[in-house]
Each structure stands twice: as structure tokens, then as C-alpha cells.
Design a protein around this ligand. Structure first.
Ligand SMILES: [Zn+2]
Length: 109
């Protein structure tokens, strides 16, 4: 994780602030599990026009497993637009991924 903006001190401060505010994994919490978050990721990817240093509400805290899951699906050459970054559904049966079309956000097609 040495790429910009993750190598900047501004990002490191933002990451710590997010983890202080939201110490539990966003995706696991939606699944009804309590897992400590270790990574912070953007709700909207920088390459999709997202702010590299968004307010804390533009970030999500993730555990290592969910972060790897998201990174793997986002970076996969086979990932199609609109593919879910997180598998599964929350307790209400809604898709966990905040970028999922169900939420009406994420993509501008
Ligand atoms: Zn998790």
C-alpha cells in the first residue's frame, strides 16, 4: 500500500480518524458480525472520480478479509462494471456493497 494517496501523511491521519470513529468493519457489521477494522477504503474509488481525501462519511472501515475481498474484486481483470465488491446481504436482505445499484449510487450509467 505505497501508492498515492496512501503514502501521504494526510491519508494516514484520515485513516486513523476513520478507524477512531468507526473501529468495526463496515461490511461485517452489515452481516451482523463484529470484527475489528484494520483498513480504510474509499466509498467511491479515486479512479472513478472520488475524492482522495473525502470526509469520514466518504470512507469505510474494513477488516483485513473484507478489504482483500474488495481489492480482489475491484482489481480483477474480469470485474465488470456494477459488479459487487462485497458478496452477500445484510440482515434486511439488502446487498452489502454501497456501490451496488440497489443503493442507487456508485455508478453514473
Ligand atoms: Zn469485514
Amino acid at each position: 500500500m505505497a501508492r498515492w494517496p496512501y503514502c501521504t501523511s494526510a491519508w494516514k491521519r484520515l485513516r486513523l480518524a476513520k478507524l477512531a470513529e468507526e473501529p468495526l468493519c463496515y461490511a461485517c457489521t452489515l452481516r451482523g458480525q463484529t470484527v475489528e477494522a484494520v483498513a480504510v477504503d474509499h466509498m467511491k474509488a479515486i479512479r472513478d472520480g472520488g475524492d482522495p481525501f473525502p470526509p469520514l462519511s466518504g470512507l469505510m472501515a474494513l477488516c483485513e478479509r473484507c478489504h482483500n475481498e474488495k481489492t480482489a474484486s475491484m482489481d480483477s481483470r474480469n470485474s465488470r462494471k456494477g459488479a459487487r465488491r462485497f458478496k452477500g446481504f445484510d440482515a434486511n436482505g439488502n446487498p452489502i456493497d454501497p456501490g451496488d445499484d440497489w443503493h442507487g449510487g456508485g455508478s453514473d450509467h
